[in-house]
Design a protein around this ligand. Structure first.
Ligand code: PGA
Length: 240
């Protein structure tokens, strides 16, 4: 199975950067590249022949929801994956587990694959509540979801995401913590009959730590933010 490299460009890429990056990105390599651009850039990214993830999606099918983008609108373009419940949306846009659960079902109903983000905050990490917190998030997100559904679960400890870190030096979770947490997620998925799920890690993945993280058992790929914006850095991760 090919590992996934999901490039979450957030609101950080411009047109020049997009073209410079994708002109040089090693698209057909050892790993599958999935790019998550801002909405207006989706058709351009698809033009480069890469898989595309949306960074979010409306929980409504259709209607008067100014600013929302629907599942149907995404599938019409050729979007295959939808990132849901990213901590930046949970924190800045007040998305709840209930919203995430609705969107997961909507994504699957439209034949796209949800990338469901779960993760503990710094306080919960310190108190060793990680497993309890993430498994509760997972249970809520997957309530009522068909067991055969194709899923990607992204373990993203909030404190490890570069945008939430104050210092310049980015700190990911330790390989020990990633291994342990991913093994708990894997077990939970198996116990609950979800057999088509991949588990990826996100949070300060860089060219320096990618190879170590990607070599771990139970790690099916990485979700990368700031280190995925330029081709040199992205390619080092794709080839790590
Ligand atoms: P980061 O972002 O790689 O910049 O830490 C990861 C993410 O938020 O998905």
């Amino acid at each position: 199975m090919k590992q996934l490299v999901i490039a979450n460009w957030k609101m950080m890429q411009n047109l020049d950067g997009l073209e410079a990056c994708l002109n040089k990105a090693k698209v057909d390599g050892l790993r599958t590249l999935i790019v998550a651009p801002s909405y207006p850039h989706i058709p351009l990214v698809l033009g480069f022949g890469v898989h595309v993830a949306s960074q979010d999606m409306s929980r409504h099918e259709t209607g008067a929801y100014t600013g929302d983008v629907s599942a149907q609108q995404l599938t019409e373009l050729g979007v295959e994956y939808v990132i849901l419940g990213h901590s930046e949306r949970r924190i800045y846009k007040h998305e709840t587990d209930e919203h995430v659960a609705l969107k997961v079902k909507m994504t699957i109903a439209h034949d796209m694959i949800p990338v469901i983000c779960i993760g503990e905050d710094a306080e919960q990490h310190k108190k060793k509540q990680t497993t309890k917190v993430i498994l509760a998030q997972l249970a809520k997100a997957l309530k009522g979801v068909k067991k055969t559904s194709e899923l990607v679960i992204a373990y993203e400890p909030i404190w490890a995401i570069s945008g939430f870190q104050k210092s310049k030096k980015k700190v990911s979770a330790s390989v020990h913590d990633i291994y342990t947490t991913h093994s708990h997620i894997y077990l939970w998925l198996l116990d609950h009959g979800f057999k088509n799920a991949k588990v990826v890690y996100g949070g300060s993945v860089t060219p320096q730590n990618a190879s170590e993280i990607l070599s771990l058992t139970y790690v099916d790929g990485v979700l990368v933010g700031s280190a995925s914006l330029d081709a040199k850095s992205l390619n080092s991760i794709l080839l790590a």
